[in-house]
Design a protein around this ligand. Sequence first.
Ligand code: LM2
Ligand code: CA
Length: 605
Amino acid sequence: MGVRRSLAALLAALLGCATSLVALTVAASPAHAAPSGNRDVIVHLFQWRWKSIADECRTTLGPHGFGAVQVSPPQEHVVLPAEDYPWWQDYQPVSYKLDQTRRGSRADFIDMVNTCREAGVKIYVDAVINHMTGTGSAGAGPGSAGSSYSKYDYPGIYQSQDFNDCRRDITNWNDKWEVQHCELVGLADLKTSSPYVQDRIAAYLNELIDLGVAGFRIDAAKHIPEGDLQAILSRLKNVHPAWGGGKPYIFQEVIADSTISTGSYTHLGSVTEFQYHRDISHAFANGNIAHLTGLGSGLTPSDKAVVFVVNHDTQRYEPILTHTDGARYDLAQKFMLAHPYGTPKVMSSYTWSGDDKAGPPMHSDGTTRPTDCSADRWLCEHRAVAGMVGFHNAVAGQGIGSAVTDGNGRLAFARGSAGYAAFNATNTAWTRTFTTSLPDGVYCDVANGTFVDGVCDGPSYQVSGGKFTATVPANGAVALHVEAPGSCGPDGCGTPPGGGDDCTTVTARFHATVTTWYGQEVAVVGSIPELGSWQPAQGVRLRTDSGTYPVWSGAVDLPAGVGFEYKYVKLNPDGTVEWEQGGNRIATVDDSGGGCSQNFYDSWR
Ligand code: LM2
Ligand code: CA
């Protein structure tokens, strides 16, 4: 929210002219003071090109205090034109060459690592080291960098003897030996007990460390015996001195179950805490958040837990709360950044319709298109929560306290005397006076704006005698911290979101990915009169053409600050209507798109 606006505001301040820069995208790269805290927040820029990640580090991630990017796997992978180049090509390594993936060249990768380091942002590589390729269409090469291969035979790297002997799928997930030595969805399972294989994997990871990579997500870690993984990790070098020169940061993907717990892997590094994902997602999806001060208690120790609302697998295979849920989902990611448990990992996705294997926006040869956050199917949800990263950094080390609730759907709390945040997972605004331990002063609301290089582009609140009064928007939040001072304009303090640009109406632009047959039309219909009060014929018609299909778009003016629900419908020529599945989408009208506009990127479900 407001990222582009904040940079525009910054440019305006630098140039001494306050008008008409709102629509500017970032051109300059001013020096930024490093925000405080550990800068530990991770963002997963799922499937982004290396060059686009470099740009994002410079313009957005560094200035907002993000600590690291989880990048998609950089090694040579299978290429599957017959399946329309699915995203999961990356999870089938062909070799450890970095020369060419769908995301760019080795030189692009190196440039990204260096550019991000200069911006204060680490690169964490998704390390696919449990397996190589699978069967079916992946059966024969060449790979993305031109290497030939077949399952169990990767010339110059691995031959048949380097794979485990159980050459069939895992079937009994209660048998730990089988989970670790048989094949995960038919992928050739590396004999990680072999010193040769351990050396080979370590050489790959060490090459990345030499290039400046600071950490690794260990893909499918629970399918690698703990001792084997320990032997691999013990071979790793120290990271670049800019990152302190110690061992790389390790977080292991362990989907804990009754057979294998996260605790089996915590002596090797951090682990992904899937129970946190389920807890926070259900809580926000159900509007049942009042108890969440205790989020994380009983789970993996906080300093070993990487936490997330959603990841690239759960958003496809087990969705609870995802980008398709709109404001509630952004709100959950903001809450994660406000709460002390775990190391937060923010998701940044692209939309797809129908087939969950669909790759990112791509060229006809299957290579990935550069990210444009206002086009294609890129969502860039991390930008909507960027202000909260500064909150997370500023309140590091402070406990949670002074909680207040109002029913099940509202919760506010302090982070010591460094910050205060209020969350409202209901469809109506929440106005009250909050009592904080904040020093008296004027604060920037970083839940509805950002604070970069001294410029606050959100509403501001006056705290006096420790108290402030705020209207927390429906399905929204308010968050204040000591490192983000605000300023009260001529309209006074506490201008609600939507008021920043003095918008009374906001142009809502809907972009929905919907597969249709010839003759069908698409409309958005919702709970407010502007969206037809749930009458499909009175909804807002969307349009597409051969250049944009299957993305259907349309715009309508909505009153600022209003909470509403909506769905997409397909209108058939015979007058019948097909509704989307599932619950209503929930949103609040705000001007997060800049210039009194708001964008909705959705996919038919
Ligand atoms: C992971 N963590 O442990 C990744 O987070 C997950 O995204 C990966 O699966 C998985 N492990 C393997 O690294 C993805 C995707 C699968 C896909 C695999 C391999 O979710 O659907 O499997 O990558 O590309 C595909 C086909 C599957 C086929 C397999 C082997 O969907 O039907 O199995 O390839 O050819 C016969
Ligand atoms: Ca294995």
